[in-house]
Design a protein around this ligand. Structure first.
Ligand code: GAR
Length: 199
Protein backbone atom coordinates (compact mmCIF):
# COMPACT_ATOMS: atom_id res chain seq x y z
CA UNK A 1 0.00 0.00 0.00
CA UNK A 2 1.46 3.38 -0.99
CA UNK A 3 1.94 5.85 1.83
CA UNK A 4 0.67 9.41 1.47
CA UNK A 5 2.07 12.46 3.24
CA UNK A 6 -0.50 15.25 3.21
CA UNK A 7 0.59 18.86 3.70
CA UNK A 8 -1.97 21.43 4.79
CA UNK A 9 -2.08 25.01 6.03
CA UNK A 10 -5.73 25.48 7.00
CA UNK A 11 -9.24 24.09 6.65
CA UNK A 12 -8.15 20.79 5.19
CA UNK A 13 -11.30 19.90 3.23
CA UNK A 14 -9.25 18.34 0.40
CA UNK A 15 -7.42 16.28 3.00
CA UNK A 16 -10.79 15.18 4.44
CA UNK A 17 -12.05 14.13 1.02
CA UNK A 18 -8.89 12.06 0.49
CA UNK A 19 -9.17 10.57 3.98
CA UNK A 20 -12.80 9.64 3.27
CA UNK A 21 -11.83 7.81 0.10
CA UNK A 22 -8.96 6.04 1.87
CA UNK A 23 -11.30 4.99 4.70
CA UNK A 24 -13.95 3.66 2.31
CA UNK A 25 -11.37 1.73 0.32
CA UNK A 26 -12.08 3.75 -2.86
CA UNK A 27 -8.48 4.97 -2.75
CA UNK A 28 -6.08 2.09 -2.04
CA UNK A 29 -3.50 4.02 -0.04
CA UNK A 30 -2.54 4.78 3.53
CA UNK A 31 -2.26 8.25 5.05
CA UNK A 32 1.14 8.03 6.73
CA UNK A 33 1.13 11.56 8.11
CA UNK A 34 -0.65 14.91 7.90
CA UNK A 35 1.64 17.89 8.41
CA UNK A 36 0.59 21.50 8.86
CA UNK A 37 2.90 24.49 8.71
CA UNK A 38 0.40 26.46 10.78
CA UNK A 39 -0.52 25.73 14.38
CA UNK A 40 -4.14 26.88 13.89
CA UNK A 41 -4.93 24.64 10.89
CA UNK A 42 -8.37 23.12 11.36
CA UNK A 43 -7.27 20.11 9.33
CA UNK A 44 -4.94 19.05 12.14
CA UNK A 45 -7.92 18.50 14.46
CA UNK A 46 -9.64 16.48 11.76
CA UNK A 47 -6.54 14.33 11.31
CA UNK A 48 -6.32 13.68 15.05
CA UNK A 49 -10.01 12.85 15.31
CA UNK A 50 -9.54 10.31 12.51
CA UNK A 51 -6.71 8.72 14.48
CA UNK A 52 -4.07 9.74 11.94
CA UNK A 53 -0.52 10.91 12.61
CA UNK A 54 -0.86 14.68 12.74
CA UNK A 55 2.25 16.80 12.97
CA UNK A 56 2.48 20.55 13.39
CA UNK A 57 5.68 21.91 11.95
CA UNK A 58 5.37 25.71 12.18
CA UNK A 59 7.16 27.55 9.41
CA UNK A 60 6.85 31.07 10.81
CA UNK A 61 10.16 32.91 10.90
CA UNK A 62 12.16 30.00 9.52
CA UNK A 63 14.45 30.17 6.55
CA UNK A 64 12.95 28.25 3.60
CA UNK A 65 15.85 25.83 3.21
CA UNK A 66 15.92 25.07 6.92
CA UNK A 67 12.17 24.51 7.07
CA UNK A 68 12.11 22.36 3.96
CA UNK A 69 14.87 20.13 5.32
CA UNK A 70 12.80 19.54 8.48
CA UNK A 71 9.71 18.89 6.38
CA UNK A 72 11.52 16.38 4.16
CA UNK A 73 12.95 14.64 7.23
CA UNK A 74 9.46 14.31 8.78
CA UNK A 75 8.07 12.85 5.54
CA UNK A 76 10.96 10.40 5.22
CA UNK A 77 10.52 9.42 8.86
CA UNK A 78 6.99 8.31 7.97
CA UNK A 79 8.23 6.54 4.87
CA UNK A 80 6.05 8.59 2.52
CA UNK A 81 5.80 7.53 -1.14
CA UNK A 82 3.71 10.45 -2.42
CA UNK A 83 3.46 14.00 -1.05
CA UNK A 84 0.05 15.64 -1.55
CA UNK A 85 -0.18 19.40 -1.10
CA UNK A 86 -3.72 20.14 0.00
CA UNK A 87 -4.06 23.86 0.57
CA UNK A 88 -0.41 24.04 1.64
CA UNK A 89 0.25 27.74 1.18
CA UNK A 90 4.04 27.74 0.95
CA UNK A 91 6.50 27.63 -1.87
CA UNK A 92 8.80 24.63 -1.73
CA UNK A 93 12.52 24.94 -2.35
CA UNK A 94 14.29 23.19 -5.21
CA UNK A 95 16.10 21.06 -2.63
CA UNK A 96 12.79 19.74 -1.27
CA UNK A 97 11.46 19.00 -4.74
CA UNK A 98 14.62 17.04 -5.60
CA UNK A 99 14.00 14.87 -2.51
CA UNK A 100 10.71 13.65 -4.00
CA UNK A 101 11.18 13.59 -7.78
CA UNK A 102 7.80 13.35 -9.55
CA UNK A 103 6.38 12.40 -6.18
CA UNK A 104 4.64 15.64 -5.21
CA UNK A 105 1.11 16.57 -6.27
CA UNK A 106 -0.74 19.84 -5.78
CA UNK A 107 -4.32 20.95 -6.24
CA UNK A 108 -5.01 24.46 -7.49
CA UNK A 109 -8.43 26.15 -7.84
CA UNK A 110 -8.17 27.23 -11.50
CA UNK A 111 -7.60 25.75 -14.91
CA UNK A 112 -3.82 26.21 -15.01
CA UNK A 113 -1.91 27.90 -16.54
CA UNK A 114 -4.64 30.50 -15.97
CA UNK A 115 -4.62 32.21 -12.58
CA UNK A 116 -1.67 30.73 -10.70
CA UNK A 117 -0.75 31.93 -7.22
CA UNK A 118 -3.08 33.29 -4.58
CA UNK A 119 -6.83 33.98 -4.85
CA UNK A 120 -7.34 32.06 -8.09
CA UNK A 121 -11.14 32.25 -7.83
CA UNK A 122 -10.97 36.03 -7.33
CA UNK A 123 -8.63 36.30 -10.32
CA UNK A 124 -11.08 34.30 -12.46
CA UNK A 125 -14.02 36.55 -11.55
CA UNK A 126 -11.96 39.72 -12.01
CA UNK A 127 -10.87 38.55 -15.47
CA UNK A 128 -14.43 37.71 -16.45
CA UNK A 129 -13.80 34.16 -17.67
CA UNK A 130 -16.90 32.08 -18.32
CA UNK A 131 -15.27 28.80 -17.38
CA UNK A 132 -12.77 28.10 -14.65
CA UNK A 133 -12.13 25.00 -12.55
CA UNK A 134 -9.36 23.14 -10.80
CA UNK A 135 -6.15 21.31 -11.60
CA UNK A 136 -4.14 18.51 -10.03
CA UNK A 137 -0.53 18.69 -11.18
CA UNK A 138 2.94 17.44 -10.35
CA UNK A 139 5.00 20.00 -8.51
CA UNK A 140 8.20 21.21 -10.08
CA UNK A 141 10.41 24.16 -9.23
CA UNK A 142 8.06 26.75 -10.76
CA UNK A 143 4.88 27.99 -9.11
CA UNK A 144 1.73 26.05 -10.10
CA UNK A 145 3.46 24.89 -13.25
CA UNK A 146 4.29 21.17 -13.31
CA UNK A 147 2.74 18.51 -15.61
CA UNK A 148 -1.06 18.34 -15.31
CA UNK A 149 -2.69 15.08 -14.19
CA UNK A 150 -6.41 15.98 -14.15
CA UNK A 151 -8.49 19.12 -14.58
CA UNK A 152 -12.18 19.76 -14.07
CA UNK A 153 -14.10 22.66 -15.62
CA UNK A 154 -16.60 24.75 -13.65
CA UNK A 155 -18.81 27.31 -15.46
CA UNK A 156 -18.91 30.79 -13.95
CA UNK A 157 -22.42 32.13 -13.33
CA UNK A 158 -23.33 35.77 -13.75
CA UNK A 159 -24.36 36.03 -10.11
CA UNK A 160 -21.32 34.21 -8.73
CA UNK A 161 -19.42 35.66 -5.81
CA UNK A 162 -15.99 34.44 -4.79
CA UNK A 163 -17.73 32.28 -2.17
CA UNK A 164 -20.28 30.61 -4.46
CA UNK A 165 -17.71 30.00 -7.17
CA UNK A 166 -15.14 28.65 -4.69
CA UNK A 167 -17.74 26.28 -3.28
CA UNK A 168 -18.55 24.76 -6.69
CA UNK A 169 -14.85 24.48 -7.59
CA UNK A 170 -14.15 22.83 -4.23
CA UNK A 171 -16.68 20.06 -4.98
CA UNK A 172 -14.69 19.23 -8.11
CA UNK A 173 -11.38 19.48 -6.22
CA UNK A 174 -12.60 16.87 -3.77
CA UNK A 175 -13.48 14.54 -6.65
CA UNK A 176 -10.41 14.92 -8.88
CA UNK A 177 -7.72 14.93 -6.20
CA UNK A 178 -8.42 11.36 -5.10
CA UNK A 179 -8.82 10.30 -8.73
CA UNK A 180 -5.40 11.75 -9.60
CA UNK A 181 -3.74 10.19 -6.55
CA UNK A 182 -5.23 6.83 -7.56
CA UNK A 183 -3.73 7.08 -11.04
CA UNK A 184 -0.32 8.15 -9.74
CA UNK A 185 0.00 5.49 -7.04
CA UNK A 186 -1.12 2.81 -9.48
CA UNK A 187 1.65 4.00 -11.83
CA UNK A 188 -0.88 4.12 -14.68
CA UNK A 189 0.77 7.04 -16.45
CA UNK A 190 3.95 8.28 -18.02
CA UNK A 191 5.24 11.82 -18.25
CA UNK A 192 6.11 12.94 -21.76
CA UNK A 193 7.50 16.48 -21.58
CA UNK A 194 4.70 18.51 -20.06
CA UNK A 195 2.07 15.87 -20.79
CA UNK A 196 0.87 13.20 -18.42
CA UNK A 197 -0.26 10.27 -20.56
CA UNK A 198 -2.49 7.64 -18.94
CA UNK A 199 -1.40 4.10 -19.69
C1 GAR B 1 -8.31 24.79 -2.03
O1 GAR B 1 -9.26 25.49 -2.79
C2 GAR B 1 -7.03 24.60 -2.82
O2 GAR B 1 -7.24 24.37 -4.19
C3 GAR B 1 -6.37 25.94 -2.60
O3 GAR B 1 -6.58 26.21 -1.25
C4 GAR B 1 -7.81 25.63 -0.85
C5 GAR B 1 -7.57 24.78 0.38
O4 GAR B 1 -8.75 24.31 0.92
N1 GAR B 1 -4.96 25.90 -2.93
C6 GAR B 1 -4.30 26.90 -3.52
O5 GAR B 1 -4.81 27.94 -3.80
C7 GAR B 1 -2.84 26.59 -3.81
N2 GAR B 1 -2.26 27.62 -4.62
P1 GAR B 1 -8.77 23.10 1.93
O6 GAR B 1 -7.77 23.46 3.04
O7 GAR B 1 -10.18 23.05 2.45
O8 GAR B 1 -8.37 21.85 1.18
Amino acid sequence: MKRLGILISGRGSNFEAIAGNVASGALPAEIAVVISNRTDARGLETALSRGLNAVCLPSKGLDREVYDRRLAAELHKHDVDLVCLAGFMRLLSAGFIREFPERILNIHPSLLPAFPGLDAQHQALAHGVKITGCTVHFVDEDLDAGPIVIQAAVPVRDDDTEETLSERILKQEHRIYSEAIGIVIAGKYRIDGRRVIFT
